[in-house]
Design a protein around this ligand. Structure first.
Ligand code: NAD
Length: 493
């Protein structure tokens, strides 16, 4: 039996166990075996991390010139590039995501640190054209303080980068809480933080359960900003928690992203985009295009082509370079998916491919690409975020109907439009109520492109120039340039 790796948390520049000595065991989704254990942080450990971050904020980081903070971010980017392969491997064992993808992503994540390093000394204040004589009023952008970054199990390197890089660039210090479902990647990342020379206490990485650890962090009285990515139910707890410390909150939540294909679409392009959008990362992506609307005229033909493509997808070990889809992250998720598929079929949904647990190997959480035809999008697989490779397909006639159906959605994170008619592409993309619209493409990210949703998909944007300001507050300073003393407030007239 292979050895279980024992990890420690990174707090105040030191590697520590939890004060209770308790551990969380983490499973390899490929074979359902425990492969590592991490500390289970409690309130005391959270307090230690937050106090370290507060001290680092006051003593050094917030006072450092942005240009100097940027040097550390660039070094962290270098560390990421040099260690992308190792980090990718760990993330694959931790999450079940394909090594090909995790390695490439780890490398690309470096771009985020470089991007925000470049922005660090470019955030300027204003001079206010004030309506008072002899007064000069200026605004400056100041750091907020200690940031609590709550990270889900998937795409954790990316979801950490879009919080950590702008937060650090602007002079904040950070406590990152990794997900209990895949906690190791961020502890390996913390080693790179240490190697990059970032002063102790500026970045702390802790591991623990949603409660007590996540709760203690998001209610802590020294935390001033919460950056959360995760599910909508947890988000409601986060908002309640923030009532304790009146923190500023940003929420990046899930989605049920609609994709529409018009009869004039480039079919090969649409087939590839849809496949990447729902079966990439086994559908475990917040922007997964999981609701597909096909125009009536092409419905049967397009759907048959899509099914053929889905059936060819090769499931396999995420370390295998030929595998196109790995396992899901957890057994619980697999059961939720199965339950939703069954309920959909019971309510009239027509299963066209997949739908049953894959027998490919050794207890892993493998589930095949699944396509279900649905009469309408109120059926469970078409309505609930499943975080798995399940595509619900519906029919539409007119452009107006397509727009209405796309917008009849409690979420509003991503969306996709496939058409070769430019005017239609503009009309539909303008009308869709979602934070992101992909036109004739899908599943792209960049440090330069704002990312985030509307409606139940949350609020606040990550990545892009504007997002750096979400880690600052405006300070207004009044300068009196008059030689005369101020008038006595108690002398009337
Ligand atoms: P989750 O909501 O279960 O957990 C997210 C994090 O919140 C974990 O670290 C967890 O420990 C923590 N948490 C749980 N309870 C808490 C509490 N009471 N207080 C503080 N923290 C608490 O999400 P998950 O299952 O890890 O990830 C999947 C979800 O994340 C999906 O809904 C997915 O759509 C969403 N997601 C969104 C985006 C995006 O950018 N919009 C990206 C990736 C994932």
């Amino acid at each position: 039996m292979s050895q279980i790796k024992n990890y420690k948390m990174y707090v105040d520049g030191k590697w520590i166990e939890s004060s209770s000595g308790k551990k969380i065991e983490t499973l390899n989704p490929e074979n359902n075996k425990v492969w590592a254990s991490v500390p289970e942080a409690n309130e005391k450990d959270v307090n230690l991390a937050v106090n370290a971050a507060q001290k680092a904020f006051e003593n050094s980081w917030s006072k450092m010139h942005p240009r100097d903070r940027a040097k550390y971010l660039r070094e962290l980017a270098n560390q990421l590039r040099q260690n992308a392969e190792h980090l990718g491997k760990i993330e694959t064992i931790d999450t079940g995501k394909l090594f090909r993808e995790t390695k490439t992503q780890a490398n690309y994540i470096a771009e985020y640190y470089d991007y925000f390093a470049g922005l660090a000394d470019k955030v300027e204040g204003t001079v206010v054209p004030i309506d008072k004589d002899n007064m000069q009023v200026v605004t400056t952008r100041i750091p907020i303080g200690v940031v609590a970054a709550i990270i889900p199990w998937n795409s954790q390197m990316l979801l950490t980068a879009v919080k950590l890089a702008p937060a650090l660039a602007m002079g904040n210090t950070v406590v990152i809480k990794a997900s209990e479902l895949a906690p190791v990647t961020l502890l390996e990342f913390a080693k790179l933080v240490e190697n990059s020379g970032i002063p102790k206490g500026v970045v702390n990485v802790i591991t623990g359960l949603g409660e007590p650890c996540g709760k203690a962090l998001t209610t802590h009285n020294l935390v001033e900003r919460i950056a959360f990515t995760g599910g909508p139910d947890t988000a409601k707890h986060i908002i309640k928690n923030s009532a304790e410390n009146l923190s500023q909150v940003s929420l990046e939540l899930g989605g049920k992203s609609p994709v529409v294909v018009f009869k004039d679409a480039d079919q090969e392009n649409a087939l590839n985009g849809i496949t990447a959008g729902i079966f990439g990362a086994s559908g475990q992506s917040c922007i997964a295009g999981s609701r597909l609307y096909l125009q009536k005229d092409i419905y049967d033909d397009f759907l048959n082509k899509l099914i053929k493509k889905a059936e060819k997808i090769k499931l396999g070990s995420p370390m295998d370079k030929d595998a196109q889809m790995g396992p899901l992250n957890s057994f619980k998720q697999l059961e939720i998916i199965e339950k939703n598929i069954k309920a959909t079929i019971d309510q009239g949904g027509k299963l066209r491919c997949g739908g049953k647990r894959s027998k490919i190997s050794n207890e892993g959480y493998y589930f095949p690409p699944t396509i279900i035809e649905c009469e309408n999008h109120n059926l469970p697989t078409a309505e609930n975020e499943l975080f798995g490779p399940v595509l619900s397909v519906m029919k539409f006639n007119t452009e107006e109907e397509a727009i209405n159906k796309m917008n009849d959605n409690k979420y509003g994170l991503s969306s996709g439009v496939y058409t070769m008619n430019f005017a239609r592409a503009m009309r539909v993309s303008k009308s869709v109520r979602a934070g992101i619209v992909f036109v004739n493409t899908y599943r792209l990210i960049s440090p330069m492109a704002p990312f985030g949703g509307i409606k139940d998909s949350g609020y606040g944007k990550e990545a892009g120039i504007e997002s750096i300001k979400e880690y600052t507050r405006i300070k207004t300073t009044w300068y009196n340039s008059s030689e005369k003393p101020m008038s006595d407030p108690f002398t009337m007239g």
